[in-house]
Design a protein around this ligand. Structure first.
Ligand SMILES: C[S@@+](CC[C@H](N)C(=O)[O-])C[C@H]1O[C@@H](n2cnc3c(N)ncnc32)[C@H](O)[C@@H]1O
Length: 421
């Protein structure tokens, strides 16, 4: 068994940058030591586990609240709606979904089953004209899949983006003319095509009349989600509006797997029983040897090499491989298929992937929210979603913005606006 962790592995495990770890070393929060054989600076695994325990065990009083009451009835058009993670989050913040577009038939079935009154527009976004919603919704949101643009000139224009799903997002924003639009995406968008893709999106939104607020990547663990997921948020404000948008404040309390699956302050009952995927026999045998919070490094060396194959020699921490989650830490980001190679997130006590309802809990979906389709389809919908609680916190930030907007002198009153609806 390995006794030491590299700087990269430790950074990954504690969810901090290498710079922070170097500072922690100087400040005595977590001291690096010299590995006896190689003389490299490493961390004692026991020290890291102790620190993780104290970071996540401690129940920190959380005085942070982003809650704000909507002054009016606000509405959203949700594009690329999936199984409704963002939709429910916004609804919980008090923003009504007037329509949702989604191409996947099982995700649409999920939306219709749970919210028979939601207007689910099933099909390819390219085939829909949304002009009937012009000036009738406050927000347009969408988690458009990330695609490369082909660059003709220096600055990307709306027409250059034709054929991409971001183009469709921007086209709908232009058609509907909301006060604010919100795109959500993976952190990878920051570095996609060396940042040019994101720059292109910002210049297109600017061209169609929206100024983009400095982009932020929100960590779900700071927004009442027991999972280390991150989401990039792209906020555009219609240029005639002078009100600023402020991202939701991060909460102090970090929830862990126990909070997700057991009765406590996040859920008022234990997770309901449900179906779940299984590991193939060989993977189960390997994972049986991993302790909670452990990963492939906890295997005997010959098995490490066998299990990791070529990856063993590639370097890097790969702390997500053959990983068993501990009760007292947040889950690592859930993927769209729970038994997939290289991203195992094993249950802490049983050697199996999380069940569908456990998956849903870690994404903070309510237990009543049903998922349609086969087991694989259900996992995919959950794994694709914006965590509901993160969506709710972003929703509060939108409500705060809209309250200020409608209270400002730029509009006569939201009531006259509502009459137009
Ligand atoms: C990242 S997921 C969105 C998750 C959703 N916001 C949630 O919180 O549950 C992206 C969604 O876009 C949908 N999608 C992809 N291409 C589409 C298209 N051409 N038209 C409509 N929806 C599409 C996918 O089926 C997928 O459900």
């Amino acid at each position: 068994m390995k006794e030491y962790l590299t700087l990269a592995e430790t950074a990954d495990l504690v969810g901090k940058s290498k710079e922070t770890l170097r500072r922690w070393d100087k400040e005595g929060i977590l001291n690096a030591v010299r590995e006896p054989v190689s003389n490299y600076r490493v961390y004692r695994k026991s020290d890291v586990q102790l620190l993780l325990g104290s970071m996540f065990d401690e129940v920190i009083e959380d005085e942070v609240s982003n809650y704000v009451k909507p002054n009016y009835e606000y509405s959203v058009l949700e594009l690329f709606a999936g199984a409704g993670g963002l939709g429910i989050g916004l609804e919980k913040a008090g923003i009504k979904c007037v329509a949702l577009n989604e191409i996947d038939k099982w995700a649409c079935e999920t939306l219709r089953t749970n919210r028979p009154n939601w207007n689910v527009l099933e099909g390819d976004i390219k085939d829909f004209d949304f002009s009937e919603y012009r000036n009738k919704v406050d927000v347009v949101t969408g988690g458009f899949p990330c695609q490369a643009f082909s660059y003709a000139g220096k600055k990307l224009g709306l027409n250059d983006a034709r054929g991409t799903l971001f183009y469709e997002f921007a086209r709908v924003v232009q058609e509907v003319n909301p006060a604010i639009c919100i795109g959500e995406n993976v952190r990878g968008l920051l570095s996609h095509e060396k940042g040019k893709t994101l720059q292109g999106m910002i210049s297109i939104l600017d061209e169609i009349g929206y100024r983009v607020v400095p982009v932020q990547v929100l960590k779900a663990i700071h927004y009442r989600v027991p999972q280390k997921r991150e989401r990039l948020i792209l906020v555009g404000i219609r240029k005639d509006i002078e009100v600023d948008f402020h991202y939701p404040k991060p909460h102090k309390r970090i929830y862990n797997l126990e909070d997700a699956l057991k009765k406590g302050s996040l859920f008022d009952s234990d997770v309901p029983k449900s179906n779940g995927a299984k590991y193939p026999e060989y993977k189960k045998k390997v994972l049986d040897m991993i302790p909670p919070k452990g990963y492939w490094r906890d295997l005997p060396e010959d098995l490490q090499k066998e299990y990791m194959g070529g990856s063993f020699y590639l370097g890097g921490g790969k702390t997500g491989m053959a990983r068993r989650i501990g009760w007292d830490e947040p889950s690592l980001t859930l993927t769209c298929s729970p038994a997939q190679k290289q991203t195992e997130r094993c249950h802490p006590e049983e050697t199996r992937p999380f069940t569908v309802r456990e998956y849903a809990r870690i994404q903070t979906f309510p237990d009543e929210w049903k998922f349609a389709g086969s087991l694989a389809q259900q996992y995919k919908q959950i794994g694709n979603a914006v965590p509901v609680n993160l969506g709710q916190e972003v929703g509060y930030a939108v409500v705060k913005f809209l309250n200020e907007y409608y209270n400002s002198k730029t509009v006569k009153s939201k009531n006259t606006y509502l009459l137009a609806k």
